[in-house]
Design a protein around this ligand. Structure first.
Ligand code: S3P
Length: 451
Protein backbone atom coordinates (compact mmCIF):
# COMPACT_ATOMS: atom_id res chain seq x y z
CA UNK A 1 0.00 0.00 0.00
CA UNK A 2 1.04 3.62 -0.25
CA UNK A 3 3.50 5.16 2.15
CA UNK A 4 1.64 8.27 3.29
CA UNK A 5 4.37 9.30 5.75
CA UNK A 6 7.24 9.09 3.30
CA UNK A 7 6.92 12.73 2.17
CA UNK A 8 6.87 14.10 -1.35
CA UNK A 9 9.49 13.01 -3.89
CA UNK A 10 10.31 15.94 -6.19
CA UNK A 11 11.78 14.99 -9.57
CA UNK A 12 12.76 16.82 -12.76
CA UNK A 13 13.12 15.80 -16.38
CA UNK A 14 15.37 17.56 -18.89
CA UNK A 15 15.92 17.52 -22.65
CA UNK A 16 17.12 14.03 -23.54
CA UNK A 17 19.12 12.33 -26.26
CA UNK A 18 17.00 10.37 -28.77
CA UNK A 19 15.02 7.66 -27.00
CA UNK A 20 15.76 4.25 -28.46
CA UNK A 21 15.17 0.62 -27.61
CA UNK A 22 12.54 -2.01 -26.89
CA UNK A 23 10.70 -2.13 -23.56
CA UNK A 24 7.79 -3.91 -21.91
CA UNK A 25 5.51 -1.93 -19.64
CA UNK A 26 3.88 -3.63 -16.63
CA UNK A 27 0.55 -5.46 -16.76
CA UNK A 28 -2.73 -3.71 -17.38
CA UNK A 29 -4.15 -2.21 -14.19
CA UNK A 30 -7.83 -2.81 -15.02
CA UNK A 31 -7.26 -6.47 -15.87
CA UNK A 32 -4.96 -6.99 -12.86
CA UNK A 33 -7.60 -5.78 -10.34
CA UNK A 34 -10.26 -7.95 -11.98
CA UNK A 35 -8.00 -11.03 -12.19
CA UNK A 36 -7.52 -10.97 -8.40
CA UNK A 37 -11.21 -10.31 -7.72
CA UNK A 38 -12.59 -12.99 -10.04
CA UNK A 39 -9.93 -15.38 -8.77
CA UNK A 40 -11.13 -14.66 -5.21
CA UNK A 41 -14.71 -15.60 -6.17
CA UNK A 42 -13.92 -18.69 -8.25
CA UNK A 43 -13.94 -22.13 -6.66
CA UNK A 44 -10.36 -23.39 -6.94
CA UNK A 45 -7.05 -21.91 -8.03
CA UNK A 46 -6.51 -19.12 -10.55
CA UNK A 47 -2.92 -18.65 -11.78
CA UNK A 48 -2.06 -15.13 -12.98
CA UNK A 49 0.97 -14.12 -15.04
CA UNK A 50 2.07 -10.56 -15.73
CA UNK A 51 0.11 -9.02 -12.84
CA UNK A 52 0.82 -5.32 -12.31
CA UNK A 53 2.68 -5.10 -8.99
CA UNK A 54 1.86 -1.44 -8.39
CA UNK A 55 0.42 -0.16 -5.12
CA UNK A 56 -3.17 0.01 -6.43
CA UNK A 57 -3.26 -3.66 -7.41
CA UNK A 58 -1.36 -4.76 -4.30
CA UNK A 59 -4.22 -3.06 -2.43
CA UNK A 60 -6.64 -5.42 -4.16
CA UNK A 61 -4.43 -8.41 -3.27
CA UNK A 62 -4.60 -7.38 0.43
CA UNK A 63 -8.34 -6.73 0.22
CA UNK A 64 -9.01 -10.18 -1.28
CA UNK A 65 -7.01 -11.75 1.56
CA UNK A 66 -9.08 -9.76 4.05
CA UNK A 67 -12.23 -11.21 2.42
CA UNK A 68 -10.90 -14.75 2.96
CA UNK A 69 -9.20 -15.67 -0.34
CA UNK A 70 -5.67 -17.02 -0.37
CA UNK A 71 -3.46 -14.79 -2.55
CA UNK A 72 0.22 -15.63 -3.00
CA UNK A 73 3.05 -14.32 -5.14
CA UNK A 74 4.99 -17.15 -6.75
CA UNK A 75 7.44 -15.11 -8.86
CA UNK A 76 7.79 -11.77 -10.68
CA UNK A 77 4.25 -10.92 -11.79
CA UNK A 78 3.18 -14.52 -11.06
CA UNK A 79 0.38 -14.92 -8.53
CA UNK A 80 -2.01 -17.64 -7.37
CA UNK A 81 -5.45 -17.01 -5.96
CA UNK A 82 -7.50 -19.68 -4.20
CA UNK A 83 -11.06 -18.46 -4.29
CA UNK A 84 -13.83 -18.86 -1.76
CA UNK A 85 -16.69 -19.33 -4.24
CA UNK A 86 -19.50 -16.91 -5.16
CA UNK A 87 -21.18 -15.75 -1.92
CA UNK A 88 -18.34 -17.14 0.18
CA UNK A 89 -16.49 -13.95 1.13
CA UNK A 90 -15.81 -13.47 4.84
CA UNK A 91 -16.32 -10.32 6.88
CA UNK A 92 -12.97 -8.48 7.00
CA UNK A 93 -11.55 -7.94 10.47
CA UNK A 94 -10.05 -4.51 9.89
CA UNK A 95 -10.63 -1.44 7.76
CA UNK A 96 -9.83 -1.91 4.05
CA UNK A 97 -7.46 0.91 3.13
CA UNK A 98 -7.35 1.22 -0.64
CA UNK A 99 -4.73 3.99 -0.76
CA UNK A 100 -5.05 5.90 -4.06
CA UNK A 101 -7.02 3.24 -5.98
CA UNK A 102 -10.43 4.36 -7.26
CA UNK A 103 -10.97 1.28 -9.42
CA UNK A 104 -9.97 -1.05 -6.60
CA UNK A 105 -12.27 0.46 -3.99
CA UNK A 106 -15.29 0.89 -6.26
CA UNK A 107 -15.11 -2.66 -7.56
CA UNK A 108 -14.53 -4.03 -4.05
CA UNK A 109 -17.63 -2.17 -2.80
CA UNK A 110 -19.65 -4.04 -5.43
CA UNK A 111 -18.06 -7.31 -4.43
CA UNK A 112 -18.70 -6.82 -0.68
CA UNK A 113 -22.11 -5.18 -1.15
CA UNK A 114 -23.94 -8.40 -1.88
CA UNK A 115 -22.68 -10.10 1.29
CA UNK A 116 -24.56 -9.83 4.57
CA UNK A 117 -21.75 -8.27 6.58
CA UNK A 118 -20.20 -4.87 7.19
CA UNK A 119 -17.05 -3.63 5.45
CA UNK A 120 -15.32 -0.32 6.16
CA UNK A 121 -13.34 1.27 3.33
CA UNK A 122 -10.93 4.18 3.40
CA UNK A 123 -8.16 5.62 1.24
CA UNK A 124 -5.61 8.42 0.88
CA UNK A 125 -6.44 12.14 0.69
CA UNK A 126 -7.10 11.89 -3.07
CA UNK A 127 -9.41 8.89 -2.81
CA UNK A 128 -11.32 10.40 0.15
CA UNK A 129 -12.20 13.38 -2.06
CA UNK A 130 -13.58 11.29 -4.94
CA UNK A 131 -17.31 10.65 -5.43
CA UNK A 132 -18.51 7.20 -4.36
CA UNK A 133 -22.23 7.92 -4.83
CA UNK A 134 -22.06 6.66 -8.41
CA UNK A 135 -21.41 3.16 -7.03
CA UNK A 136 -23.38 3.48 -3.81
CA UNK A 137 -26.62 4.55 -5.58
CA UNK A 138 -27.12 1.27 -7.46
CA UNK A 139 -25.86 -0.72 -4.46
CA UNK A 140 -28.47 0.98 -2.23
CA UNK A 141 -31.13 -0.13 -4.72
CA UNK A 142 -29.86 -3.68 -4.30
CA UNK A 143 -30.44 -3.35 -0.56
CA UNK A 144 -27.02 -2.23 0.67
CA UNK A 145 -26.88 0.08 3.71
CA UNK A 146 -24.28 2.85 3.67
CA UNK A 147 -22.88 4.67 6.68
CA UNK A 148 -20.65 7.61 5.82
CA UNK A 149 -19.43 10.54 7.90
CA UNK A 150 -19.64 12.87 4.92
CA UNK A 151 -22.12 12.02 2.18
CA UNK A 152 -20.88 9.42 -0.26
CA UNK A 153 -17.20 9.98 0.46
CA UNK A 154 -14.68 7.65 2.09
CA UNK A 155 -14.23 6.58 4.81
CA UNK A 156 -17.52 4.70 4.80
CA UNK A 157 -19.04 1.42 5.88
CA UNK A 158 -21.37 -0.68 3.75
CA UNK A 159 -23.53 -3.52 4.98
CA UNK A 160 -25.00 -5.98 2.53
CA UNK A 161 -28.57 -7.32 2.87
CA UNK A 162 -29.27 -10.98 3.62
CA UNK A 163 -30.91 -11.30 0.19
CA UNK A 164 -29.74 -8.74 -2.37
CA UNK A 165 -32.25 -7.55 -4.99
CA UNK A 166 -31.56 -7.89 -8.71
CA UNK A 167 -32.00 -4.49 -10.39
CA UNK A 168 -32.08 -2.96 -13.84
CA UNK A 169 -29.58 -0.12 -13.83
CA UNK A 170 -28.91 2.41 -16.54
CA UNK A 171 -25.41 3.75 -15.86
CA UNK A 172 -25.80 7.57 -15.73
CA UNK A 173 -22.11 8.43 -16.40
CA UNK A 174 -19.85 6.54 -18.80
CA UNK A 175 -17.94 4.52 -16.21
CA UNK A 176 -16.54 1.01 -16.38
CA UNK A 177 -16.10 1.15 -12.62
CA UNK A 178 -19.81 1.67 -11.99
CA UNK A 179 -20.82 -0.99 -14.51
CA UNK A 180 -18.34 -3.43 -12.97
CA UNK A 181 -19.36 -2.73 -9.37
CA UNK A 182 -22.99 -3.57 -10.20
CA UNK A 183 -21.97 -6.72 -12.09
CA UNK A 184 -19.76 -7.85 -9.21
CA UNK A 185 -22.62 -7.35 -6.77
CA UNK A 186 -24.92 -9.21 -9.20
CA UNK A 187 -22.73 -12.30 -9.00
CA UNK A 188 -24.09 -13.05 -5.52
CA UNK A 189 -27.63 -11.77 -6.18
CA UNK A 190 -30.45 -14.21 -6.99
CA UNK A 191 -32.10 -13.69 -10.40
CA UNK A 192 -31.02 -11.56 -13.33
CA UNK A 193 -29.39 -8.16 -12.88
CA UNK A 194 -29.40 -5.89 -15.93
CA UNK A 195 -26.88 -3.12 -16.55
CA UNK A 196 -27.62 -0.74 -19.41
CA UNK A 197 -24.70 1.19 -20.77
CA UNK A 198 -25.75 4.04 -23.12
CA UNK A 199 -22.08 4.71 -23.92
CA UNK A 200 -19.77 1.72 -24.09
CA UNK A 201 -16.77 1.70 -21.75
CA UNK A 202 -13.88 -0.74 -21.33
CA UNK A 203 -15.30 -4.26 -21.30
CA UNK A 204 -12.71 -6.26 -19.36
CA UNK A 205 -15.27 -7.25 -16.71
CA UNK A 206 -17.66 -8.71 -19.28
CA UNK A 207 -14.86 -10.57 -21.10
CA UNK A 208 -13.48 -12.04 -17.90
CA UNK A 209 -16.92 -12.98 -16.56
CA UNK A 210 -17.50 -14.96 -19.77
CA UNK A 211 -14.11 -16.64 -19.43
CA UNK A 212 -14.90 -17.61 -15.81
CA UNK A 213 -18.14 -19.22 -16.98
CA UNK A 214 -20.61 -16.64 -15.61
CA UNK A 215 -24.16 -16.59 -17.02
CA UNK A 216 -23.75 -13.27 -18.87
CA UNK A 217 -25.45 -12.08 -22.05
CA UNK A 218 -24.87 -8.86 -23.93
CA UNK A 219 -27.08 -7.32 -26.60
CA UNK A 220 -27.51 -3.95 -28.25
CA UNK A 221 -30.81 -2.19 -27.58
CA UNK A 222 -32.88 -0.26 -30.14
CA UNK A 223 -31.33 3.02 -28.97
CA UNK A 224 -27.84 1.59 -29.43
CA UNK A 225 -27.24 1.10 -25.68
CA UNK A 226 -25.46 -2.05 -24.50
CA UNK A 227 -27.64 -4.27 -22.37
CA UNK A 228 -25.74 -6.65 -20.08
CA UNK A 229 -27.67 -9.34 -18.22
CA UNK A 230 -26.08 -11.44 -15.52
CA UNK A 231 -27.72 -14.29 -13.65
CA UNK A 232 -26.33 -14.46 -10.14
CA UNK A 233 -25.43 -17.20 -7.69
CA UNK A 234 -23.73 -19.40 -10.26
CA UNK A 235 -20.24 -20.80 -9.68
CA UNK A 236 -17.22 -19.23 -11.35
CA UNK A 237 -14.57 -21.57 -12.75
CA UNK A 238 -10.93 -20.59 -12.14
CA UNK A 239 -9.01 -19.53 -15.25
CA UNK A 240 -5.34 -19.06 -16.04
CA UNK A 241 -4.87 -15.35 -16.80
CA UNK A 242 -2.06 -13.71 -18.75
CA UNK A 243 -2.17 -9.94 -18.22
CA UNK A 244 -0.95 -7.94 -21.25
CA UNK A 245 0.98 -4.66 -20.97
CA UNK A 246 -1.04 -1.61 -19.91
CA UNK A 247 -1.79 0.77 -22.82
CA UNK A 248 -2.30 3.56 -20.28
CA UNK A 249 1.31 3.08 -19.12
CA UNK A 250 2.62 2.58 -22.70
CA UNK A 251 1.14 6.03 -23.42
CA UNK A 252 4.08 7.74 -21.64
CA UNK A 253 6.98 6.22 -23.61
CA UNK A 254 4.85 6.56 -26.77
CA UNK A 255 4.39 10.31 -26.42
CA UNK A 256 7.99 10.71 -25.23
CA UNK A 257 9.25 8.97 -28.38
CA UNK A 258 7.09 11.20 -30.58
CA UNK A 259 8.34 14.46 -29.08
CA UNK A 260 12.05 13.74 -28.43
CA UNK A 261 13.77 14.23 -31.83
CA UNK A 262 15.45 11.19 -33.38
CA UNK A 263 13.63 8.63 -31.19
CA UNK A 264 12.65 5.11 -32.23
CA UNK A 265 11.03 3.04 -29.48
CA UNK A 266 9.12 -0.23 -29.50
CA UNK A 267 6.82 -1.11 -26.62
CA UNK A 268 6.15 -4.83 -26.71
CA UNK A 269 3.10 -6.83 -25.69
CA UNK A 270 0.60 -4.00 -25.19
CA UNK A 271 -3.15 -4.58 -24.77
CA UNK A 272 -4.97 -3.29 -27.87
CA UNK A 273 -8.60 -3.71 -26.78
CA UNK A 274 -10.53 -1.20 -28.97
CA UNK A 275 -11.93 0.48 -25.83
CA UNK A 276 -8.35 1.37 -24.87
CA UNK A 277 -6.74 2.55 -28.12
CA UNK A 278 -8.19 6.06 -28.52
CA UNK A 279 -4.80 7.67 -27.82
CA UNK A 280 -3.07 5.70 -30.60
CA UNK A 281 -5.83 6.72 -33.02
CA UNK A 282 -5.51 10.37 -32.02
CA UNK A 283 -1.72 10.47 -32.18
CA UNK A 284 -1.81 8.91 -35.68
CA UNK A 285 -4.31 11.61 -36.74
CA UNK A 286 -1.85 14.19 -35.39
CA UNK A 287 0.80 12.80 -37.75
CA UNK A 288 2.50 10.41 -35.32
CA UNK A 289 4.61 7.66 -36.92
CA UNK A 290 3.12 4.72 -35.02
CA UNK A 291 2.92 1.17 -36.30
CA UNK A 292 1.55 -1.94 -34.66
CA UNK A 293 3.64 -5.06 -35.17
CA UNK A 294 3.11 -8.68 -34.20
CA UNK A 295 -0.64 -8.27 -33.56
CA UNK A 296 -1.92 -11.41 -31.83
CA UNK A 297 -4.54 -12.80 -29.48
CA UNK A 298 -3.63 -13.43 -25.83
CA UNK A 299 -6.32 -14.84 -23.55
CA UNK A 300 -9.20 -13.30 -25.49
CA UNK A 301 -7.61 -9.83 -25.86
CA UNK A 302 -5.70 -8.37 -28.83
CA UNK A 303 -2.09 -7.58 -28.04
CA UNK A 304 0.70 -6.09 -30.17
CA UNK A 305 4.06 -4.32 -30.22
CA UNK A 306 3.85 -0.56 -30.76
CA UNK A 307 6.70 1.07 -32.70
CA UNK A 308 6.91 4.85 -32.35
CA UNK A 309 9.29 7.19 -34.16
CA UNK A 310 9.60 10.91 -33.46
CA UNK A 311 7.29 12.92 -35.66
CA UNK A 312 6.15 16.43 -36.52
CA UNK A 313 2.70 16.64 -34.97
CA UNK A 314 -0.24 18.86 -35.90
CA UNK A 315 -3.19 19.91 -33.73
CA UNK A 316 -6.50 18.06 -34.11
CA UNK A 317 -10.01 18.16 -32.71
CA UNK A 318 -10.55 15.06 -30.56
CA UNK A 319 -14.25 14.10 -30.70
CA UNK A 320 -16.01 13.69 -27.34
CA UNK A 321 -17.23 10.21 -28.35
CA UNK A 322 -13.63 9.03 -28.18
CA UNK A 323 -13.27 9.88 -24.48
CA UNK A 324 -14.20 6.43 -23.08
CA UNK A 325 -11.46 4.76 -25.13
CA UNK A 326 -8.75 7.15 -23.91
CA UNK A 327 -10.13 8.51 -20.65
CA UNK A 328 -6.84 8.16 -18.74
CA UNK A 329 -4.69 9.42 -21.61
CA UNK A 330 -5.74 13.10 -21.91
CA UNK A 331 -2.96 14.45 -19.65
CA UNK A 332 -0.25 12.92 -21.82
CA UNK A 333 -2.13 13.82 -25.01
CA UNK A 334 -2.04 17.44 -23.81
CA UNK A 335 1.76 17.09 -23.58
CA UNK A 336 1.90 15.87 -27.20
CA UNK A 337 -0.38 18.80 -28.13
CA UNK A 338 2.11 21.27 -26.62
CA UNK A 339 4.53 20.07 -29.32
CA UNK A 340 2.00 20.02 -32.16
CA UNK A 341 1.56 22.80 -34.70
CA UNK A 342 -1.75 24.58 -34.06
CA UNK A 343 -4.71 23.97 -31.78
CA UNK A 344 -5.65 20.64 -30.24
CA UNK A 345 -9.19 20.71 -28.90
CA UNK A 346 -10.24 18.03 -26.38
CA UNK A 347 -13.93 17.98 -25.52
CA UNK A 348 -16.29 15.85 -23.42
CA UNK A 349 -13.81 15.64 -20.54
CA UNK A 350 -16.22 16.12 -17.60
CA UNK A 351 -15.13 12.83 -16.00
CA UNK A 352 -11.53 14.08 -15.78
CA UNK A 353 -12.60 16.40 -12.96
CA UNK A 354 -13.15 13.39 -10.64
CA UNK A 355 -10.07 11.28 -11.35
CA UNK A 356 -7.11 10.96 -8.92
CA UNK A 357 -7.02 14.76 -9.25
CA UNK A 358 -9.09 17.30 -11.18
CA UNK A 359 -7.10 16.50 -14.31
CA UNK A 360 -8.47 19.37 -16.40
CA UNK A 361 -7.28 21.89 -13.80
CA UNK A 362 -4.00 20.06 -13.06
CA UNK A 363 -3.06 19.79 -16.75
CA UNK A 364 -3.99 23.42 -17.47
CA UNK A 365 -1.97 24.68 -14.49
CA UNK A 366 1.01 22.47 -15.32
CA UNK A 367 1.12 23.50 -18.98
CA UNK A 368 0.70 27.20 -18.14
CA UNK A 369 3.56 26.95 -15.59
CA UNK A 370 5.77 25.71 -18.42
CA UNK A 371 4.88 28.40 -20.94
CA UNK A 372 2.34 26.41 -22.98
CA UNK A 373 -0.76 28.21 -24.34
CA UNK A 374 -3.75 26.39 -22.80
CA UNK A 375 -7.42 27.20 -22.31
CA UNK A 376 -9.50 25.38 -19.71
CA UNK A 377 -13.26 24.97 -20.22
CA UNK A 378 -15.71 23.30 -17.83
CA UNK A 379 -15.38 20.05 -19.79
CA UNK A 380 -12.63 20.81 -22.27
CA UNK A 381 -8.99 21.65 -22.80
CA UNK A 382 -7.49 23.48 -25.77
CA UNK A 383 -3.73 23.48 -26.22
CA UNK A 384 -1.95 25.57 -28.84
CA UNK A 385 1.54 24.61 -29.90
CA UNK A 386 4.31 24.49 -30.57
CA UNK A 387 5.74 26.28 -27.57
CA UNK A 388 8.75 28.52 -28.16
CA UNK A 389 10.48 28.36 -24.79
CA UNK A 390 9.06 25.35 -23.05
CA UNK A 391 9.73 24.32 -19.46
CA UNK A 392 11.08 25.88 -16.29
CA UNK A 393 7.97 25.25 -14.21
CA UNK A 394 7.22 23.06 -11.21
CA UNK A 395 4.02 21.08 -11.56
CA UNK A 396 1.70 20.19 -8.68
CA UNK A 397 0.76 16.53 -9.06
CA UNK A 398 -2.04 16.39 -6.42
CA UNK A 399 -1.31 12.69 -5.62
CA UNK A 400 -1.99 11.84 -9.28
CA UNK A 401 0.40 9.37 -10.93
CA UNK A 402 -0.64 10.29 -14.47
CA UNK A 403 -0.07 14.02 -13.89
CA UNK A 404 3.42 13.23 -12.57
CA UNK A 405 4.36 10.99 -15.52
CA UNK A 406 2.84 13.30 -18.15
CA UNK A 407 4.84 16.32 -17.02
CA UNK A 408 8.06 14.34 -16.68
CA UNK A 409 7.51 13.36 -20.33
CA UNK A 410 7.02 17.05 -21.18
CA UNK A 411 10.43 17.80 -19.64
CA UNK A 412 12.20 15.30 -21.93
CA UNK A 413 11.73 17.66 -24.86
CA UNK A 414 11.92 21.09 -23.24
CA UNK A 415 14.27 24.07 -23.30
CA UNK A 416 14.50 24.19 -19.53
CA UNK A 417 13.83 21.20 -17.20
CA UNK A 418 10.30 20.52 -15.97
CA UNK A 419 9.90 19.55 -12.31
CA UNK A 420 7.07 17.75 -10.52
CA UNK A 421 6.51 18.29 -6.80
CA UNK A 422 5.91 14.60 -6.10
CA UNK A 423 6.80 11.58 -8.23
CA UNK A 424 5.84 9.17 -5.40
CA UNK A 425 2.34 8.36 -6.74
CA UNK A 426 3.87 6.88 -9.92
CA UNK A 427 4.32 3.70 -7.84
CA UNK A 428 0.54 3.21 -7.81
CA UNK A 429 0.43 2.16 -11.48
CA UNK A 430 3.91 2.13 -13.05
CA UNK A 431 6.69 1.55 -10.49
CA UNK A 432 9.23 0.84 -13.28
CA UNK A 433 8.55 4.17 -15.07
CA UNK A 434 11.81 5.88 -14.17
CA UNK A 435 14.02 2.82 -14.77
CA UNK A 436 12.45 1.95 -18.13
CA UNK A 437 12.44 5.53 -19.39
CA UNK A 438 16.07 6.01 -18.27
CA UNK A 439 17.04 2.83 -20.17
CA UNK A 440 15.56 4.41 -23.32
CA UNK A 441 17.66 7.56 -22.78
CA UNK A 442 15.46 9.81 -20.64
CA UNK A 443 17.18 12.31 -18.38
CA UNK A 444 15.76 12.62 -14.85
CA UNK A 445 17.29 14.18 -11.77
CA UNK A 446 16.78 16.26 -8.65
CA UNK A 447 14.94 19.52 -9.45
CA UNK A 448 17.62 21.69 -7.75
CA UNK A 449 20.27 20.60 -10.24
CA UNK A 450 17.97 21.20 -13.18
CA UNK A 451 18.23 17.44 -13.91
C1 S3P B 1 -11.22 1.86 -14.97
C2 S3P B 1 -12.19 2.69 -15.44
C3 S3P B 1 -11.98 4.13 -15.68
C4 S3P B 1 -10.49 4.51 -15.67
C5 S3P B 1 -9.77 3.86 -14.54
C6 S3P B 1 -9.86 2.35 -14.68
C7 S3P B 1 -11.54 0.43 -14.76
O1 S3P B 1 -12.64 4.85 -14.65
O2 S3P B 1 -10.36 5.91 -15.59
O3 S3P B 1 -8.41 4.23 -14.56
O4 S3P B 1 -10.61 -0.38 -14.59
O5 S3P B 1 -12.73 0.09 -14.75
P1 S3P B 1 -14.21 5.25 -14.78
O6 S3P B 1 -15.00 4.01 -14.71
O7 S3P B 1 -14.47 6.15 -13.60
O8 S3P B 1 -14.31 5.96 -16.09
Amino acid sequence: MSTPNAGPEPLAAAASRPLTGRIRVPGDKSISHRALMFGALALGETAIEGLLEGEDVLGTASAMRAFGASVTRTGAGAWRVSGVGVGGLLEPEGVIDYGNAGTGVRLAMGLAGSHAFATTFTGDASLCRRPMGRVLDPLRRMGVQVLARSRDRLPLTIKGPSVPLPIEYRVPVPSAQVKSAVLLAALNTPGVTTVIEPVMTRDHTERMLKAFGAAIEIETGEDGARIIRLEGQRDLKPQPIVVPGDPSSAAFPMVAALIVPGSDVTIENVLLNPMRTGLIETLIEMGGDITIENRRDVGGETVGDIRVRSSRLKGVVVPPERAPSMIDEYPVLAVAAAHAEGRTVMEGLGELRVKESDRIAAVAAGLAANGVAVEEGPESLTVTGPTAKLGGGTVKTHLDHRIAMSFLVLGLSSEVAVAVDDAGPIATSFPEFRTLMTALGASFGAPETGA
